[in-house]
Design a protein around this ligand. Sequence first.
Ligand SMILES: Nc1ccn([C@@H]2O[C@H](COP(=O)(O)OP(=O)(O)OP(=O)(O)O)[C@@H](O)[C@H]2O)c(=O)n1
Ligand SMILES: O=P(O)(O)OC[C@@H](O)[C@@H](O)[C@@H](O)CO
Length: 444
Amino acid sequence: GITFDMPLSCSNRHIKQFHQVPLDPGCLLECDAERSADRLGCAAVDFPVAVVLPAGGSGERMGLATPKQFCTILNRPLISFTIQAFERLSWIGTVVVVVAKENHDLMLNIVKKFNHTKVKVVHGGTTRHRSIFNGLRAFSSTTDSLTPKPKVVIIHDAVRPFVEEDLLLKITLAAKEQGASGAIRPLVSTVIATTSEGYLDHSLERAKYRASEMPQGFLYDIIFQAYQRCSEFDFEFGTECLHLALQYCGTNAKLIDGPPTLWKVTYKRDLAAAEAIIKETLSMSACIIAGAEAEAVELAKALQKNLNMMETDVIPCAKESNTEYLSKTRNFIHISRTASNFLGTLDMVKRFEHTDHARLYPVVVVWVQLNMTNKSVDSQKTDELAFRTLASEVILGNVLLYGIQIDHTKVPEQWERSVERLAQITVALIRDRNAALTGQLLHA
Ligand SMILES: Nc1ccn([C@@H]2O[C@H](COP(=O)(O)OP(=O)(O)OP(=O)(O)O)[C@@H](O)[C@H]2O)c(=O)n1
Ligand SMILES: O=P(O)(O)OC[C@@H](O)[C@@H](O)[C@@H](O)CO
């Protein structure tokens, strides 16, 4: 987990600017755009592509005991998000993850827990360049090897979790044609040179320069040869793979403009921003499942109107088994009329435990209990107890179960206010995905 000693100040505008670019598609789940993009990739990439993810650093600038690549967001290590961004692409083969020896078993556990089937783990070196070279060495030139060398290798920092398929495709095809390619971004600050006494020597004309980001792509033979030829100084102090390809193989990288999401998680604020973006992306849609009763259907439609910041579907209870809805969102709101009947919710929750749906991201289930009559206190107590017990069980399967009670009233203004409050509480629960509130019966 992460503890912050600073307020999380990711403004909506800030997050929104990332919204245009669908982020870690695991968040957005498989959708038509994703599938057609992957088909595009398969059609365009008719040669083997592999990945090297350097993850052997200690994350000193993060200032946490845990190396930043293993810090968790929603109970999942940062590196798993990055791996997923590559694994989900069918035209990408082996993903070599380079970790420090002491983190080897930890990495194997992550591979197992999150079912990262394309990953091969190797040991890193004392610097990033040494780690990358170790990663490249994991491929073998013998064709019958389990890890045959690829035509193109993508090198990408394990702490850059947001990388889109269309950029990976451009980087890969450019590397195939030019021998090397790299993502770039406009500079945010001006670059200056300082004198040895700490004074300004000169500043660079910012418009003429770009920030070199990741991913970068190379013909495998070129970057491998560059590493074989480079100096000890490069290994010790170098930070740019594109420079090695130019310096030692005369290969000028093709530079490709990337989206703002390419940034490297380096400081605590970066981890907070990554968490906010992942949560925001997970909260873009919801499925409202209405019980059979007319009042439940009426509440579902009123709630849908109030959840206007989300893309919502309303389906009748019977259809909830329709797997089409399972793949479109990870947020489910189950409205049932009688206090004791959260069995419908129970069915749905149990279903998630046996699907991959909650493996990578927590699934939220909000049980809305529509009270049409004043139930006796005792039966409410029993429900709360049973509900809390269920919530404590399903959280083990990464399903977050919340409860909200709403009292029906025929007074229009009162009913409108209750539904608005129900929507506000629902959005807050979905957005924050806070385990501490699971099993609680809140009141709209
Ligand atoms: N000996 C090293 C050093 C770094 N890296 C990896 O290279 C990427 C980018 O490096 P950086 O952001 O500098 O990571 P750290 O070195 O861990 O950070 P710091 O400099 O703050 O210690 C990270 O995924 C990091 O794990 C690596 O594989 N081997
Ligand atoms: O120096 P760091 O290890 O933090 O970063 C390594 C790379 O991400 C960085 O050099 C990029 O500019 C890409 O080359």
